[in-house]
Design a protein around this ligand. Structure first.
Ligand code: ACO
Length: 323
């Protein structure tokens, strides 16, 4: 059986940091409120002129080095982003050129669930033999679509990029064998009004738009839907909750992370959380958290990792991966 193995993980965060104190000078909020309701303490912000592809390239270089691969070996690049450099070409095309790669390149748009969706597409390429080595990158410059007069959204998001290298690996096909074991991907397109950007190609005035969100409604859906997808991914993988070594969720809000871990019966000590330092980096948050876990030595070869996300769409998704 040929499976898709994750052979390298990387991340990149822009230099500038915005603290909760910085936001308390911009809108009517406090560090106490933000920490209590979200767990967020700070977030990174891209420099003027720094675009999503710039962040993606930096994360990709780190992932390639971790995998011990040269860019010439990569034949597929998928970028998950909701903040593309341009309407077209895809950010992946721009990243391909900046890295000097060849082969296929395209974007996947599923907002905060984008990384899991993109991973599922790349898994199809690698496991079917269409790609020998792929880069899947989640990269966002969320700061460009934030309304810095709306205290209920601007405090929640950060900029960053995370990347993984994927390669085929042969095995017996058991849950103990290395590779991506399962996915569960969902979308409910009737819930657009809960979380969207009020701009786009057909918008009068051709505005890029800003994030609009009914936070408490999104929150309610998040815990339930993420738990369902995670349960489904665990079942499809043929493993038990107890064998999950690391839960690496999309980093939206510490209360969502805790709520999902509790509902799944996972020890909170097994949750990799970067929400305090990165805030919500949308499609970048899972690979960025994964990278942190690898860097500090928690996430190791042989571990069973469960990833999940919910975002605009609404989309939600989960996957189980044996490292
Ligand atoms: N500082 C101070 N007060 C605030 C702030 C702020 N930054 N933001 C909102 N408030 C106020 C509201 O105006 C409201 O005041 P009111 O009662 O006078 O009207 C009060 O706080 C309560 O507002 P709620 O929205 O009910 O607060 P809630 O406890 O739901 O927390 C939050 C808001 C943090 C946005 C929460 O709903 C949340 O995290 N939701 C999930 C949204 C999310 O993460 N979206 C990201 C994309 S999807 C994803 O990644 C899962």
């Amino acid at each position: 059986v040929t499976r898709t193995a994750v052979t390298g993980v990387g991340g990149y965060l822009p230099e500038t940091i915005l603290t909760n104190e910085d936001f308390s000078r911009m809108v009517d909020t406090t560090d106490e409120w933000i920490v209590a309701r979200t767990g967020i303490r700070k977030r990174h912000k891209a420099a003027d002129g720094q675009v999503t592809s710039d962040l993606a390239v930096e994360a990709a270089k780190v992932a390639l080095a971790a995998a011990g691969r040269d860019i010439s070996e990569i034949d597929l690049i998928i970028v998950a982003t909701t903040t593309p450099d341009m309407t077209f070409p895809s950010t992946a095309s721009i990243v391909q050129h900046k890295l000097g790669a060849k082969g296929a390149a395209f974007d996947v748009q599923a907002v905060c669930s984008g990384f899991v969706y993109a991973l599922s597409v790349a898994d199809g390429f690698v496991a079917r033999g269409l790609s020998k080595a792929a880069l899947v990158i989640g990269a966002e410059v969320m700061s460009r679509i934030l309304d810095y007069t709306d205290r209920s959204t601007c405090i929640l998001f950060g900029d960053g990029a995370g990347a993984v290298v994927l390669e085929p690996v042969a095995g017996q096909g058991t849950p103990d064998d290395r590779g991506i074991l399962s996915f569960d991907l969902q979308c409910d397109g009737s819930k657009t009004d809960l979380l969207y950007v009020d701009g786009g190609v057909f918008e009068d005035g051709h505005r890029v738009g800003k994030i609009r969100m009914q936070g408490n409604q999104v929150f309610k859906h998040a815990v339930q839907k993420i738990s369902e997808a995670a349960e489904a991914a665990i079942e499809k993988a043929g493993v038990h909750h107890d064998s999950v070594d690391w839960f690496i969720p999309h980093q939206a809000n510490q209360r969502i992370l805790d709520g999902v871990a509790d509902r799944l019966g996972l020890d909170r000590a097994k949750v990799i959380s970067t929400v305090a330092d990165h805030a919500n980096t949308s499609a970048a948050s899972i690979p960025l958290a994964w990278f942190e876990g690898v860097k500090d030595g928690r996430v190791k070869a042989g571990d069973l990792v469960l990833i999940e996300a919910l975002g605009g769409g609404l989309t939600w998704a989960a996957a189980a991966i044996r490292l």
